[in-house]
Design a protein around this ligand. Sequence first.
Ligand code: UFG
Length: 330
Amino acid sequence: MAKVLVTGGAGYIGSHTVYHLLRAGHDVFVVDDLSRGRLESVEPSRLQQFNLLDTERLASLCRSERFDAVIHFAGFIAVGESMRLPELYFRNNVSATISLFEAMDAAGLRRLVFSSSAAVYGEPRGNPIREDSPCAPVSPYGESKLTVERMLRWLDLTKGLRSVSLRYFNACGAEPGSGLGEAHEPETHLIPLLLRAVKTGRPATIFGDDYPTPDGTCIRDYIHVSDLAAAHIAALEWLLGGGATETLNVGTGAGHSVREVIAAVEEVTGTKVPYRIGPRRPGDAPVLVADPERLGRLFGWQPRYRSLREMVRTAWDFEKTRENFRGGNG
Ligand code: UFG
């Protein structure tokens, strides 16, 4: 059993990971300022509500609790917003992470699992994408994640901080029966938006159908949030076992077009999705599919969910429980 500090543990992926950490018998503390997290996603007794930029408070928590490791989710995630507010993204995703590094150093804490993103690759030359593919972010969001990955390399060399950076592809779904799910506000992600279109009858927008893909819509690698959570626990165990610093893709290795996602939503909900075709969204690469071979080889990790329909079904079961769309979830 490990004692783990989880930053951003009230958010979508963070709260699922906390849920699975607790089930695996670990002890968990969450720091989240709830600027985008959901209070109801975390047991109040496990939550400390403050911003990571408060280095002193963070350092004193790390010193007093003597954590074995940190899993660092806290950060902003919307690519489009980062194009409008780059300073906010560099402050929240880079400056706040430096504050965390300082607090960890003050407490002699040297193991970290970091939420990175496929956004570090920008527009890749080929798919599936391996971890050694060139990184050329096309948004401040992607740049912020790559900057932290690069800092982690130096902190390993200079301070012996061992880390695993997990480059997520498209997280989706919800852990059945957990009460947790995807509820960002405003929502920008495809699957919850399609489910809301079904619920409200208000059409969703497909961002472009003239991409160089078989049906003209963008292809993504959708990964169930519980499989993502399992990758974090595997990364934690790797570090606790003395594993070296790593950077790993987390995806299933299978790509699905926007039209295929719509078909899956229609099958699961039994309802036609109302939608219209809109212009392309700036910054969207035509195809982003992970090569997750390294994650499987090092950690023995394999996704439990491979069927898009099953992933969508878990998202729909969560969406049905929501009365309205107010109250954000980072
Ligand atoms: N899409 C639509 N209509 C919408 C929303 C999305 O057609 O209303 C399309 C997008 O153009 C894209 C696909 O659906 O082709 C998936 O879009 P999402 O916004 O759900 O996800 P992204 O692929 O843009 O982003 C995800 C993560 C980011 C991460 C990125 C890395 O949410 O945090 O993958 O590739 F940076």
